[in-house]
Design a protein around this ligand. Structure first.
Ligand code: CUA
Length: 328
């Protein structure tokens, strides 16, 4: 594309330079002189010159047209995946988040990890209404249409985080349907994918390998609110009770956590929630304080979101936060 720009620029410069030069030359060379009388000699028609200035521009236009078509082909090769329908990633638009399914079996949400300098063919679908996938620095914009699969190429030249946004109005929280592409060196991507393929460890394993109980204001309150277990509430037991609550409360009827009974696909997969940088499709940074607030009342941050406020007690929120934060 940049080659085409320079070729086009050079041709345009030459085209500008020739008539301007001829004009300047003529103005100075043939200007009226004091000793001249009347009109200068008039010339009408010069067939060879007229043919030349018709044919040459036509050739120039055709050549640039050809180069443009060629460049377009290089920049956006055919996205037809062929009869296999295989692609490197499937993105499914939901109101108002992005489901990501990798051929390796990894399922994630909102944050697309890709290896850098590798062109990926991405399939795009919608679970509900029309959405628009758009991460301007790594690919084109394309619709996600219910009942149809579209394709797009995704490629990043440099490692980094590329921000994107749903580009088609899709309801109340369309503006909070952000997405990110995280381009990483192949080895880093491979490690990420390996980590994401792991299932959630069982809470009993956690209790054994859990770090010592954290101290601090938050935890003191947590202990205070749980007189039944008293001061003995460790991080590990908080995590374990969070894991239990997750299966008892309606959480598991919408979300999936691999390795547990929860395997619903209505909301984002939470198997590795703690490894993500944001919550609720970019609405909040993924910090314990924000997660706690989000669990308390999702509608406060995303009005109309399909995640209801479950009227959780502070104890339940503490336990669920501890559990979800442990899902690295
Ligand atoms: Cu999805 Cu706008």
């Amino acid at each position: 594309m940049s080659n085409l720009f320079w070729v086009g620029g050079a041709v345009a410069t030459v085209i500008l330079a020739i008539p301007t030069g001829v004009l300047l030359y003529t103005i100075t060379r043939y200007r009226h002189k004091p000793d001249q009388q009347g009109e200068p000699h008039q010339v009408y028609g010069f067939a060879r010159l007229e043919i030349a200035w018709t044919v040459i521009p036509t050739i120039i236009v055709l050549v640039i047209f050809g180069l443009s078509i060629h460049t377009q082909g290089l920049a956006e090769p055919n996205t037809d995946p062929g009869p296999s329908g295989r692609s490197d990633l499937t993105v499914i638009g939901h109101q108002w988040w992005w489901e990501l399914r990798y051929p390796s079996g990894v399922v994630s949400a909102n944050e697309i990890h890709i290896p850098v300098r590798t062109r990926w063919l991405v399939s795009l679908k919608s679970a509900d209404v029309v959405h628009g996938f758009w991460v301007p620095r790594v690919g084109n914009q394309i619709y996600l249409i219910p009942g149809q699969t579209n394709h797009i190429w995704l490629e990043a030249d440099k490692p980094g985080v590329y921000e994107g946004q749903c580009a088609e109005f899709c309801g109340a929280q369309h503006a909070w349907m952000l997405l990110r592409v995280i381009a990483q060196p192949q080895a880093v991507f491979d490690r990420w994918q390996r980590d994401q393929s792991r299932r959630a460890p069982a809470p009993t394993d956690r209790a054994r390998s859990a770090p010592p109980p954290a101290t601090g204001a938050g935890n003191t309150i947590a202990r205070f609110e749980q007189p039944a277990t008293g001061a003995g509430v460790t991080q590990a037991s908080l995590v374990a009770s969070g894991a239990q609550l997750f299966q008892q409360l309606p959480c598991q009827s919408c979300h999936a956590i691999a390795g547990t009974r929860a395997n619903a696909g209505i909301g984002p997969d939470l198997t590795h929630l703690a490894s993500r940088a944001t919550l609720a499709a970019g609405r909040l940074d993924n910090t314990p304080a924000n997660l706690r607030d989000w669990l308390r009342d999702p509608q406060k941050y995303k009005e109309g979101s399909h995640m209801p406020s479950l009227l959780l007690t502070p104890n339940q929120i503490d336990a669920l936060t501890a559990y979800l934060e442990s899902l690295k």
